[in-house]
Design a protein around this ligand. Structure first.
Ligand code: HEM
Ligand code: HEM
Length: 191
């Protein structure tokens, strides 16, 4: 890869973070537990429900990946810049900022949900019965965190869907290198 090409692609680690995160978010969304409050009221232990255990494990993995990824963003080689109209540049930046915010807000609102409902955190290989610190925090009574979490969980799929559609539009209609910059081994176009 020439020095010129390398500025057109995200580095390998950024690409790995991106696709691992996208896969984990999609899987967590598919496994999103409906009727959680009802289940708790019926005395069912969420730790016995494999979909919930996987949902929480994937969601916490997304949290870990996002924190590591943000640290990497601070020190990584410069991200590629694509020449495009100002409004498009702004929309793309805006979508990224919103996606970063949602990636952080999802696990945070999830922990607030569990804390305020007195539910355990049930991960593969780890269980914490009482999230006392979160349950007693000033944030816990401020909202119905289950509703907020569900809203953001649905919204991230819409925003990520638009974001993915935009990158496909770039590739097939604008014929630029936006998509190739994030997809390993997808051949960059001569510009
Ligand atoms: C990428 C991250 C995540 C996404 C996309 C996501 C998405 C969702 C969605 C869409 C729902 C609603 C499901 C429905 O009503 O059918 C939901 C519910 C829920 N999620 Fe997540 N979630 C994520 C992370 C987490 C994490 C990290 C935890 C726990 C540590 C968690 C725990 C829960 C719980 C307890 C509910 C039930 C909320 C309620 O109804 O009160 N989620 N999630
Ligand atoms: C839940 C799913 C997704 C999330 C949360 C997400 C999030 C993000 C974020 C935060 C960035 C900035 C990356 C960085 O600076 O390292 C990014 C870039 C990018 N994403 Fe996604 N993404 C998702 C799915 C997808 C999908 C399905 C596609 C393609 C079909 C895609 C294509 C791209 C491209 C091409 C870039 C680079 C854009 C540019 O440089 O302007 N993403 N994504």
């Amino acid at each position: 890869m020439t020095a010129h090409d390398s500025t057109k692609r995200y580095d390998t680690l950024s690409q790995a973070f991106h696709w691992l995160t996208a896969a984990a978010v999609l899987a967590a969304f598919v496994l999103g537990p409906g009727g959680f409050g009802r289940m708790l009221r019926n005395g069912i232990d969420p730790g016995t429900q494999l979909d919930i255990v996987w949902h929480e494990t994937l969601g916490i993995a997304v949290f870990g990946l996002t924190l590591l990824r943000l640290l990497w963003v601070l020190v990584r080689p410069r991200a590629p810049r694509h020449s495009m109209a100002g409004w498009m540049q702004l929309a793309s930046k805006g979508a990224h900022v919103v996606l970063w915010g949602m990636l952080l807000a999802l696990p945070m609102t999830a922990l607030l949900t569990l804390g305020s409902e007195g539910a355990p955190l049930t991960l593969l290989g780890l269980r914490i019965d009482e999230l006392t610190l979160i349950a007693n925090s000033a944030f816990a009574p401020l909202a119905d965190w289950g509703d907020v979490h569900t809203f953001i969980g649905d919204a991230i799929m819409w925003i990520a869907g638009l974001h993915a559609a935009a990158s496909i539009y770039h590739h097939f209609v604008m014929k630029d290198n936006v998509l190739t910059s994030m997809v390993p081994r997808l051949k960059a176009r001569a510009q």
